[in-house]
Structures are given as C-alpha cells and as structure tokens.
Design a protein around this ligand. Sequence first.
Ligand code: ADP
Length: 577
Amino acid sequence: MPILSTMTLVFGLFQTIFVAGWLTIGALQRRIAGVGSAAYVFFGFLMALWSIGELLVMVAHEPEGVLIARRTFFFAAAFLPPTWFWLATRAAKPRWSNKNPKRVAYAFITPAFFYSCLYWDSAGNFVHWTAMPPVAGPWFDLYTIYQYGICVAGAAYCIQAGSRLGRSDLRTLASIAFGVALPITANLFYYLDVMEQDWTAVALGPAAVLVWVAALHSGVASSVPIDRESVIDQLDVGVIVADPGGRIVSANPAAERLADVGSLRGMLLPEAVAAAEQRPEMMIESRAIALTNRLGVTGHALILSDRTDAEAARRRLEIGGRLEALGSLTAGIAHEVNNPLAFIQANLSALEGTAKELSDKEFRRTLPEPLQESVAEMAALVEETQEGVERIRSLVQRLKTFARTPDVHATAVEVDLDRALRQAAAIATIGQPGHPIDIQSVGGLRVISSETAVFQILVNLLLNAVQAAPDRPSVHVLVRAEGAGVEVLVEDEGPGIAKALLPRIFDPFFTTKSTGTGLGLSLSYDLAEQLGGSLSAGNREGGGACFSLWLPSNPPMMGAEESCVASPRAQGVADMA
Ligand code: ADP
C-alpha cells in the first residue's frame, strides 16, 4: 500500500475514534429523544472499536495477532448495523416495536451467529480470517446482504421519524440518507473488489457527524443536557420548544397537561396556545420567548403557567379591598345624609299637620282663589315628599348595613342549615307559584355561625336564582358536608353568568337588572368571608348559574381574611369560575 494511502487511512481511523469519543461523551451528558443514552454509548464504542481493530490489523504480523485484530474489528462491524437499527427504531417507534421494544434484540441474532463463526468455523464457510487478505466463504454474502438491509431499514426509520416531526426539510432528510450511504458504499467498493482497501471505518466518522447534525436539526435527537431536561420535565410550568417555523419539537409533561390536546409534538405553537387559553375551567397564561444564538433565531420557546389559583386569590383580595374602601365611603355618606334627613323628616311632619288643617274645605273658602288650588295640592305634595324621604332613609339604612362590620362571632349560634334554607326559600319565592326550590340535604348539617348573616346570604342567593329564570324558576339546592364545614350549592336553570361578567358580579353596585341594586352578592360575599367561609360563582355544564357557599362548622379562631385564604373552597372558586 502506498505510504500516502496508509497515512490517510491511519488519519481517517483516528478521526473516527475521535468522533466516536465525542458522540459517546455527548450521549452520556444528553438524553436523545425517545432513546436512552445506552444505545448511543454502545454505538460510539463500536465505531471506535472498528477503527482500533483496523489499526491492529495493520500492525499485526503473526497469524494469532491478525486473528485477534480481526476478531476485534469484526465484533464492531457485526454489531454496528443492528445498533444503528436499534437507535432508529427507538426514534421512529414503529408499531411492532411499540408493542414490545425488546423485539429489536432479534436484529442482533444474525450478526451474533456470524461473529461466532470466528471461534468455531475452521472450514471457512464464513471467512478464512487468518489468510492474508481474508478469503470469504459462501456464508459471507448472506451476512453482507443482511447487514446492508438492516442499515437501510434503520435509515428509513430515522427519515420517517424526522419527517413525522414535520420540521425537517428535504436537505436534512437527504443528509441522513447520505450519511448512511457513505460507509455502505465504502464497504460495497471493498466487497466488490473495486477498492483494495476497506475504507468503511474511515467513512464512519464523517457519516456519524452528518447523521447526528441532521438528527438534531430534524428534532429526532435533542441536545438539551440530561440534568436540565429532567428539571424541565418535573416543572409544573409548561415548557414547549418549537423550531423557527413554529412547529413544536418538544414539550414537557406539564405543557401536555395544560394544553390537554394529547401529544403536542408536530403541532404549531399558536394551536397549542389556543388550546391552553381556551380551557374554560382554567386561566392559563402563555409567554413566548425567541431562542437565539450567534447566528440568529434558532427557534421559539413557550412557557405556559396555570394562573387559576393565583387569579382567584387576586380577585378575592381585590373584591375585599374594594368592599373595604366602599364600606368607609358609605359609612361617611350615610352619616352625613342622616342628619339633614332627620330634620327634613321632622319638618315634613310639621308641614303635614299644617297641610291637613289648610285642606279643610271651610277654611279654604276664606282664601283668595289662586291660593285655594295650591292649598288643595299641598297635602298630596307633602305626602309624596314624605314617601321620597322614606325611600332615601331606607337606602341610607341599607348602606349603613353594608358599611357596618358586624361582629358575627359575638352572635354565633348553632344554625340548622336546612331550616334556614326553608325559611329563605319561602321569602325568595313570594309571588312564585308552586314550590320551585328543590332542597336536597343529608339532613342535620349545622354550623356555629351568625344566623342573621347566614339567612341574609341564603335569601340573596335564592332570590337571584329565582329571578334568573322567571319562566322556569326551578332552583336546586344541595347541602353537603365539605372539609371542615358545610357547602350549600345553589343551581338555577337561567342563562348563567357571561364569562366576562364573572369577575365583576361580587363588585358592589354591579347589576344587570333594571331594578337591581347590585348590593346583594357583594354583601353576601363580605358576610361569608366574615363568617370564615367563602362564596364563589360559576356556570353549570348544562347551563344556568351555580353558586357555592362554604361555611366552617365552627367559627374560625383567626381573622376572617386569613381564614379565607386557608379555606378549602378557595380551590373551588377556581374550579367553578
Ligand atoms: P342585583 O340582584 O340587585 O342585581 P346582586 O349583587 O344580587 O344584585 O347580583 C349582581 C348581578 O349578578 C346581577 O345583576 C346578575 O347580573 C348577576 N347574577 C346574580 N345571580 C345570578 C344568577 N343566579 N344567574 C345569573 N346572573 C346572576
């Protein structure tokens, strides 16, 4: 062999050993999509072994040394194709391997048989290895055809996996095919005596680099370090990675759970965002990040976080804050209005007496004519004014009730919820025919609470439910034990609450009714919190609104605000809303 060819061969073999080492070390640090690192480590080991075996053959002189060298490189040559097949099937996951991934082991049986010939086939059916150059026997063709076949099948699976992910272009897929064809061609040339020297091991180095880069680019392999990837897998925040075209390459389990559309791989990013954001029962926030390196944008990442609980807590705090501010404001207004109202009422009473006296017919006749008419209207005017003042007084009274923070614990008694519900239902259904409120209860559920406050909340909820569907005022109430307390579910068959209005219905003065005050729910919400419980609203699946009132069996020892946060129903608000 000419010296230049020998030097090129040696350099080529060392280059393959270097690539094999690089692949093996990389595989130990990274997890390959769908494939454990073991197959890659074995692949790298075999590549290096083949080259080492070739180098040993070059330096071996004695027949024994030649045999050892050939056994070494032939071990690699025999098992490298099935290992490649193993890698490719684990990435492509064909149906036959899905059922039992261990079936791929059958691919190793044929090469293992031929490799064993090196130890017992003295007749040279396979190869006379000690001959220089080795002389192939009749079985060698069978072996070669099998190995080529398995390499091509592996390439087909790898290309299938790449194209299924949808992010690879034709060039990437062609690189995989070319990478596999490179060592096969080198081997074929040697096998058909086109070339005197076997360059297969030399071709393995560039071939492996080409296939690896194409596999990374197509998404068949991932280059995320294993420790970082396992952290990402365990996060409860969804992490999705997509290629520059927006096609999803990988998604952690949290992302699949939050998007809830099965496998995200291969989908487009906007589809995943829409799926997550449109989930009715959850509030999912998405944030996109452009992934860049020195060359520019290499892909996109999408972070999905479940904000349902945080949003419910924020809403509760916001409502609490607004109620508090409104409480002080209304208390001030009520106080200021009350004083002038008192003397207006007193003056009106005095005027009423005078008007009565003036309206006497005999007395009126003594007055000039234009005055007679005015005096006749005076009594009616005073009466109307008194009615108006009375309405202002009752409004001020309601505002005072709203502003007052009653010590609900001081008045705590044992409240029989069934009885309270029956009484509240009787009030809420005044003027309604039949008995439209259906109460289901296990019976005997009681809470230590303020009876007036509980009653007020129940009346408000039932009244709203009855008003929600005046034509079909069928209301279902369920009373059940829940956690350390009792839950009262009030469901109606009305139109339900529009999603956009849900965050506002507990706001003071929020109403959609022409004659509503918008105080019922905000007052009830406030009272429920003061009782250490909670009130939440949502919509039933079949239509209609659903309100859940949860009250602790015993009055909480802590402040109302703290107990509200610790309340097991805090979750319920999110679930229902
Ligand atoms: P009001 O009944 O005076 O309007 P509330 O505070 O009791 O005041 O209710 C506020 C708003 O919440 C109502 O105007 C209505 O839009 C909505 N709401 C309350 N209960 C229901 C229900 N059962 N179904 C549909 N919407 C409801």
